[in-house]
Design a protein around this ligand. Structure first.
Ligand SMILES: NC(=O)c1ccc[n+]([C@@H]2O[C@H](COP(=O)([O-])OP(=O)(O)OC[C@H]3O[C@@H](n4cnc5c(N)ncnc54)[C@H](O)[C@@H]3O)[C@@H](O)[C@H]2O)c1
Length: 390
């Protein structure tokens, strides 16, 4: 069966926010034939952006688009839309996500799911009122074949006693002090979390999925570039945290270990590097998108050799594709796989074709707990405890 099979369930999508990420979804939907053996297919029927120029790209590039709105409330009233992808600045998440959920349309929302804990709580409240609506948070790193393999090893208990974990997401373009300011460098639009709100959910998704909740955090937050060009000839304050290092103490009930999380907008040489490293007494493993084809693992038996095995990981993620195993997997492939997981859940619910679902709102809420504690830790210089009980 291919995605184009006539019996595939069509999900009619509205896109709110037609910028960088809105276009990535359009691209994924346009090459759905890449996927094999799926019984669902997204069709983007309506789009909305406050900036008409952003929506105009969709009108030209996406033939399935029937309606273009500038007010998202009109899109939410459109009966030809079943589900929404929302990718707007963080200060708009709480209002727009709660309105989407209350309209009864399903939602894949971008992280961080609210500009702060209060915004996140409003989204969780709307969800509680509408349990029938499927809400998930965008996060694509786990769908890289190397990360997917590490998830399988964790679920199989292959690492033995965990020694320590390190996970991060590093960018480097902000090293250039002449890079103009944008909404992601302003507290009003990106939030006090700064780089944590921008990059942190990507770092925390797998640890939280594995049940590795930090019971405490000590953070070090840095502001490196203090001002940036505003694009109109002046310099303006660059307000947000550039880099964050979070030293966490994880306790899963049966074991406890340190976990270092880092989110960096200024990591020289790293265009867009996601990584996770797990060290355990029975196995250690590492995957980084810096070398997207490679996964490193070190199986260990007491007294045995300690040798890293570096393997070219096959092009194999959650859903089957037409691409042969020898080829390279990339960012846009991870977006396609994440979208397949969301559409699969909309159509097949508990009987998804494969078990790895998109990041949940509860996981996004967990990330807010960690970021809020990290802000407080940086303010006070203290280690902050995190209470996970509801
Ligand atoms: N998952 C990822 O890999 C990833 C990568 C980048 C950004 N993001 C997230 O995606 C979201 C958007 O980021 P982006 O990089 O696409 O930003 P962007 O600035 O490229 O696009 C945002 C769009 O929202 C539009 N917009 C603003 N106010 C609006 C309103 N009231 N109604 C409708 N549209 C409105 C803007 O005009 C713009 O076109 C953020 O939450 C960000 O954190 C996720």
């Amino acid at each position: 069966m291919t995605a184009a099979a006539t019996n595939a369930k069509v999900i009619r999508f509205g896109v709110i926010g037609c910028g960088l990420m809105g276009k990535e979804f359009a691209s994924a939907a346009a090459r759905w034939c890449h996927l094999t053996d799926v019984d669902f297919i997204p069709r983007i029927t309506a789009v909305c952006d406050a900036n008409p120029a952003a929506a105009a790209w969709f009108e030209q590039a996406v033939p399935s688009v029937e309606k273009v709105y500038s007010d998202y409330r009109e899109l939410l009233a459109d009966p030809n839309v079943d589900a929404i992808y929302c990718a707007v600045p963080h200060n708009l998440h709480a209002q727009i996500y709660t309105d989407i959920i209350r309209s009864g349309k399903h939602l894949l929302g971008e992280k961080p799911f609210g500009i702060d804990e209060e915004g996140n709580e409003a989204i969780m409240q709307a969800m509680a009122e509408h349990p029938d609506v499927v809400v998930r948070c965008s996060s694509e790193f786990p769908f890289f074949p190397g990360a997917f393999q590490i998830s399988k090893w964790v679920s199989e208990g292959r690492f033995g006693k965990i020694i320590e974990v390190e996970a991060g997401f590093w960018h480097s373009s902000d090293l250039d002090p002449n890079k103009p300011i944008n909404w992601k460098r302003r507290i009003a639009t990106n939030g006090e979390y700064g780089c944590m709100g921008d990059l942190g959910m990507h770092v925390l998704h797998l640890p939280l999925r594995f049940g590795w909740k930090p019971r405490s955090v000590r953070s070090l937050l840095s502001k490196i570039v203090e001002e940036r060009p505003d694009g109109k000839g002046d310099m303006v304050p660059c307000e947000t945290w550039d880099n964050a290092i979070l030293a966490c103490d994880v306790d899963t009930g049966d074991q406890a270990f340190p976990m270092v999380l880092s989110m960096k907008r200024i990591a020289p040489g790293h265009a867009n590097t996601w990584f996770i490293r797990i060290q355990g007494t029975a196995m250690s493993a590492e995957f980084s998108t810096k070398n997207p084809k490679q996964i490193a693992s070190l199986p260990y038996t007491p007294g045995g050799e300690q040798a890293w095995h570096v393997t070219d990981v096959p092009y194999k993620s959650a859903y089957g594709t037409i691409t042969g195993g020898i080829f390279e997997f990339g960012f846009s492939d991870s977006i396609l796989q994440m979208w397949a997981a969301f559409c699969d859940e909309l159509v097949n619910r508990e009987q998804m074709l494969q078990p790895f679902r998109c990041a949940t709102p509860e996981e996004a809420k967990g990330s807010h707990r960690v970021f809020t504690a990290a802000l407080e830790s940086n303010r006070t210089g203290q280690t902050m405890n995190i209470q996970w009980g509801e």
